[in-house]
Design a binder for this molecule. Structure first.
Ligand code: FES
Length: 102
């Protein structure tokens, strides 16, 4: 298991999302919501949409293409048409760097 630097905490707007490119990993969506920072794969499990472009509300992100909603914390697909969860990552804050384990 390796630790990868994803971005700085300052890159992620409060209540928003930052799309991160990390060598050797799929594109990542980094969320900053009331409960903290969370990271999941950016590409929707239903298609090719970028979830970092989705609406964020109540700890959920809504896919901009077909409006499936995912739990930001767990990656669970909450509404159709998505049925597969998003992969989420365990994060670690090191100073002001957001790191993920993979
Ligand atoms: S691509 Fe996300 S719901 Fe279809």
């Amino acid at each position: 298991m390796a630790l990868h630097k994803v971005c700085k905490v300052g890159d992620v707007p409060e209540g928003g999302c930052f799309r991160a490119e990390v060598d050797g990993m799929p594109a990542l969506a980094v969320f900053h919501v009331d409960q903290g920072y969370f990271v999941m794969n950016d590409t929707c499990s239903h298609g090719e949409a970028s979830l970092s472009e989705g609406e964020i509300e109540d700890g959920q992100v809504e896919c901009p293409w077909h409006n499936a909603r995912f739990c930001i914390k767990t990656g669970e697909a909450l509404t159709f048409p998505a049925v597969e969860p998003q992969k989420v990552y365990r994060i670690k804050l090191v100073d002001d760097d957001i790191m993920v384990e993979e």
